[in-house]
Design a binder for this molecule. Structure first.
Ligand code: NAI
Length: 718
C-alpha cells in the first residue's frame, strides 16, 4: 500500500494515514482507491482491530477531491456512460463497504476535505474537522461539470436534510468549520493538533458502527418517501435557480436535482445506484471535460509558468515603475503593492498620480470595513505606493509597465524618458490593448527588453495577463515578465505580436457581431438575451458601452491611418458604430450613455433612440442562430490567430478567451469549442453562416484542410 500507512495501536485502533507520494495534496487517484480497498479488507479481517481512524499525512489538508487528469482522460478515451458508471461505482461501492463493515470508522480531517474527500468522510461513522481558518468541506463537483458520484448527493441529503444539502451541492459551496458543525456535516471541531485524538476518543468511548440511514425507521430529513412541503419548495427554488444561473448549457445542476430527488425516495443502496447513473452521463458529456481541462488543468499549468523559458534564472521584481496612474495604472499598482512590491506610480501631474493611489485606498477602506484587512496592513500597503511626476524616481525599478493613453506618440515619449533613467537590463512592458508591440519597440533604445503585458479591467478582479512577445523580445524579458505575473498571482497566457494580439481580436469580433445584428434589424433585447443564453456574461451591446464606442471607433480610425486592414468590423456594423459616435453622440457609458441609458439610482435600460436609429426588421431571427453567430465568430477568430501564429498553444487560446473575454466555460474556450462541435461540422456550419450572414464566417483554406484531416486542437490520447 503505497499511498497509505496502516498502524494498529495497543487499544486496537487502526490509524490509516493517507499520503500520496509525489503529490502536493491527497487526491482520490486510482492507486489510493485500490489501497483503501486493501486497507478495508485488512481491518475487517484483523481481530485485533476494533475501530479505524482515517487521517491525512499532508499538512495542507485531508483530501482535495478526485484526480481531474484521470477524469479528463477518461472522457478523451471515448468512454460510454456505462463505463463512467462502472468507474464511479468502484469508489461508491468501496465507501458503502466501509460504512457497513461492522467496525466503527472515524474521519479525522486536518483541513480541506472536498469532493471525494468529503464523500469518504461522509461514509465514516464519525467526522471531526480541524477548527482552522484554512479548513473547508464541500462538494464542489458542480463547478467542474460533475456531481458528487460516490455518495455525496445521497449521504449529505440524508444527513442534514434535502433543504440544507441541495443548495450546498448545487452551489458547490466551500463550508467553513463553524458552519459545517452547525449544519451537522461534522460531529465535532477540534484544534488542528487534536483531530486524530478526538476521533480516537470517540472510538474508545462511544463508537457506533451503523450509519443513521442504515438504522431502522430512518427517514430523510425534509422528505421521506414523499417530499415534505418545505423540501418540494426547495426543489422548485433549486430548479428556478438552475435555470437562471446555468440555462441549458450546464447539465450538472439538473442531474444533481434528479439524483437527489430520485435517490432520496429509495433505500440508500438504490439511491447510490441512481447517483452513479447520473454521474456516468455527466462524465462523458464534453462540458465536464471542457471545464476541467481549461479552468483547472490548463490554468494550473499556466500558473506554474509552463511557458517560461527555463534557461533564464528566476527573478523577482522588488521595485515596479508604472507610467500612467489611470484606470489600469492604479489597478496594477494595487495588485503589485498587495504582493509586497514597492511601486513608483508616475503620471503627468501630481494630482493624477495621487488619484491613482486613491484607487488602492478606496479598495482597502472597503476591506477594512468588512474586516478583510487591518489598519496596519492597509497602511503598510499604501506606504509601498509612491505617486510621483519626476522620472528620476524610477531609478532602481527592475521593471516598468507603461499604461498611459492609447496613443503612439505619447507612449513613445514616456518610453524614452523612462529608459533614460532605468538600468540597462530593466524590462519595459506596455499595457497597450491594441498597438503592436513591435512598432512601440521601435521607439525603445533596447527592444530586446521590450514586451507587452496586457492586463484586464478591473485589474484587482481579472485574473488574466496576456503577455505579448514582440519580434525582438528576448527570452529574458519573457521570463521576467512571467515571473512578475506569478508574483501578482495572476494567470498568464503567452502570445505573439500582431495587430490587437489575441484577446482583443476575439473580443472585437463579439462586439462587432452585436453591431452587425443591429444593422441586420435584430431587436437589441434579443441580441443581448441570445448572448446570455449562449453563456456570455454580458451582451455585446452592454459590453461595448463599458469599453466605449468612442474607443472602438478611435481604434478603427487609427488602424486605417496606419494602413492596417480594418480587420474586424463588417461594413454595415461599422456604419452602425460610426452613426452612434458621429451622428448620435452615443459614445459609451462613461461619456453619459451608449446603447443603454444609465439613470442615476435606477437600473440601466436600452437607449430609447435605438428603435429610430436602427429599426428592427419585421421578421426576427431564431435565437439559436444568434447564439451560434456570437460563439462561432469568436471561435473562428481564435482559429485565425492560431493559423497566423499569434497563439501557438490551444491552452493559451482557451484560457485567454474564458478568463479575458468571458467566453463560456462550458465550451472550454474558443478552440475547445471547435473540438467539441467537431472540426468538420464546425466548418460546415461556418459555410452555412457565411452564405447567410457574410464572408466573415468563411473558414480559411487552412481550417478546411484541418477539417479534412479531422485534426483536433487537443489531440486524443493514443
Ligand atoms: P486612463 O485614461 O484611465 O489613464 C491613462 C493615464 O495616463 C492618465 O492618468 C493620464 O493622466 C496618464 N498619462 C497620459 N499621458 C501621460 C504622460 N505623457 N505622462 C504621464 N502620464 C500620462 O487609461 P487606461 O484605461 O488606464 O488605459 C491605459 C492603457 O491601458 C492604454 O494603453 C489602454 O489601451 C490600455 N488598456 C486599457 C484597458 C481598460 O479596460 N481601460 C484594458 C487593457 C489595456
Amino acid at each position: 500500500m503505497n499511498t497509505l500507512k496502516l498502524e494498529v495501536d495497543a487499544d486496537g485502533i487502526a490509524l490509516v494515514t493517507i499520503d500520496l507520494p509525489g503529490r502536493p495534496m491527497n487526491v482520490l487517484a486510482t492507486e489510493l482507491i485500490a489501497d483503501l480497498g486493501l486497507m478495508l479488507d485488512e481491518v475487517v479481517a484483523r481481530v485485533d482491530v476494533r475501530g479505524v481512524v482515517i487521517c491525512s499525512g499532508k499538512s495542507n489538508g485531508f483530501i482535495a477531491g478526485g484526480d481531474l487528469k484521470e477524469l479528463v482522460e477518461a472522457h478523451d478515451r471515448g468512454w460510454t456512460p456505462q463505463r463512467g458508471v462502472e468507474c464511479v461505482w468502484e469508489l461508491s461501492s468501496l465507501f458503502r463497504r466501509l460504512e457497513t463493515c461492522g467496525k466503527p470508522v472515524a474521519a479525522a480531517m486536518n483541513g480541506l476535505a472536498l469532493g471525494g474527500g468529503l464523500e469518504l468522510a461522509l461514509a465514516c461513522h464519525y467526522r471531526v474537522l480541524a477548527d482552522d481558518p484554512k479548513a473547508v468541506v464541500g462538494l464542489p463537483e458542480v463547478t467542474i461539470g460533475l456531481l458528487p458520484g460516490a455518495g455525496g448527493t445521497q449521504r449529505l441529503s440524508r444527513l442534514i436534510g434535502i433543504e440544507k444539502a441541495l443548495p450546498l451541492i448545487l452551489g458547490g459551496d466551500h463550508v467553513k468549520p463553524a458552519v459545517a458543525a452547525k449544519l451537522g456535516i461534522v460531529h465535532a471541531l477540534a484544534p488542528l493538533a487534536d483531530v486524530v485524538a478526538t476521533a480516537r476518543r470517540w472510538l474508545l468511548e462511544s463508537p457506533d458502527p451503523v450509519q443513521p440511514w442504515d438504522k431502522k425507521g430512518f427517514r430523510v430529513p425534509g422528505g421521506a418517501g414523499c417530499l415534505a412541503p418545505q423540501a418540494s419548495q426547495s426543489f422548485m427554488l433549486g430548479t428556478a435557480g438552475v435555470r437562471g444561473r446555468y440555462l441549458d448549457n450546464y447539465p450538472a445542476p439538473k442531474a444533481i436535482l434528479s439524483a437527489v430527488f430520485e435517490g432520496t425516495q429509495l433505500p440508500i443502496d438504490r439511491g447510490l445506484a441512481v447517483e452513479a447513473k447520473y454521474f456516468g452521463r455527466l462524465l462523458v458529456d464534453p462540458v465536464a471535460r471542457n471545464i476541467m481541462r481549461t479552468t483547472f488543468i490548463n490554468r494550473t499549468a499556466a500558473n506554474k509558468l509552463v511557458r517560461r523559458p527555463a534557461a533564464v534564472p528566476k527573478s523577482a521584481v522588488r521595485r515596479l515603475g508604472i507610467l500612467g496612474a489611470g484606470t489600469m495604472g492604479g489597478g496594477i499598482a494595487y495588485c503589485a503593492a498587495s504582493a509586497g512590491i514597492d511601486v513608483v506610480l508616475l503620471d503627468a501631474t501630481q494630482e493624477n498620480a495621487d488619484r491613482g493611489k486613491d484607487y488602492s485606498r478606496r479598495i482597502l477602506a472597503k476591506d477594512l470595513e468588512r474586516g478583510r484587512t487591518t489598519a496596519d496592513k492597509m497602511d503598510a500597503l499604501l506606504a509601498r505606493i509612491h505617486p510621483v511626476t519626476r522620472y528620476e524616481a524610477l531609478d532602481g525599478c527592475d521593471l516598468v509597465i507603461e499604461a498611459v493613453f492609447e496613443d503612439r506618440a505619447i507612449k513613445a515619449g514616456v518610453t524614452a524618458k523612462a529608459e533614460a533613467v532605468i538600468a540597462p537590463d530593466a524590462i519595459f512592458a506596455s499595457n497597450t490593448s491594441t498597438l503592436m508591440i513591435g512598432t512601440l519597440a521601435e521607439k525603445s533604445s533596447r527592444p530586446a527588453n521590450f514586451i507587452g503585458m496586457h492586463f484586464f479591467s478591473p485589474v484587482d478582479k481579472m485574473p488574466l495577463v496576456e503577455v505579448i512577445v514582440g519580434k525582438q523580445t528576448s527570452d529574458t524579458a519573457l521570463a521576467r515578465a512571467l515571473d512578475l505575473v506569478g508574483q501578482l498571482r495572476k494567470t498568464p497566457i503567452v502570445v505573439n505580436d500582431g495587430p490587437a494580439f489575441y484577446t482583443t481580436r476575439v473580443f472585437c469580433t463579439y462586439v462587432d457581431e452585436g453591431l452587425q445584428m443591429l444593422a441586420d434589424g435584430v431587436e437589441p433585447a434579443l441580441i443581448e438575451n441570445a448572448a446570455r443564453n449562449a453563456g456570455m456574461p454580458i451582451g455585446p451591446l452592454a459590453v461595448l458601452d463599458e469599453t466605449t464606442q468612442e474607443l472602438r471607433w478611435k481604434v478603427i480610425l487609427q488602424a486605417q491611418a496606419d494602413g492596417l486592414p480594418v480587420q474586424f468590423t463588417h461594413p454595415a456594423g461599422r456604419e452602425v458604430l460610426r452613426a452612434l459616435v458621429e451622428d448620435h453622440k452615443r459614445l459609451g457609458r462613461r461619456q453619459g450613455g451608449g446603447l443603454y441609458e444609465y439613470p442615476a439610482g435606477a437600473k440601466k435600460h436600452l437607449w430609447p433612440g435605438i428603435a429610430a436609429a436602427f429599426p428592427a426588421g419585421a421578421d426576427q431571427p431564431d435565437v439559436e442562430d444568434l447564439k451560434k453567430r456570437l460563439l462561432y465568430v469568436q471561435a473562428l477568430e481564435a482559429a485565425r490567430c492560431y493559423e497566423q501564429g499569434i497563439v501557438t498553444e490551444a491552452a493559451d487560446a482557451d484560457l485567454g478567451s474564458v478568463l479575458g473575454v468571458g467566453y463560456p466555460t462550458w465550451t472550454g474556450g474558443t478552440l475547445s469549442f471547435i473540438d467539441t462541435v467537431g472540426i468538420r461540422p464546425f466548418v460546415d456550419e461556418c459555410r452555412r453562416l457565411a452564405a447567410r450572414w457574410g464572408a466573415r464566417f468563411e473558414p480559411s483554406p487552412w481550417l478546411v484542410a484541418r477539417a479534412e484531416r479531422g485534426e483536433r486542437f487537443y489531440p486524443l490520447p493514443a
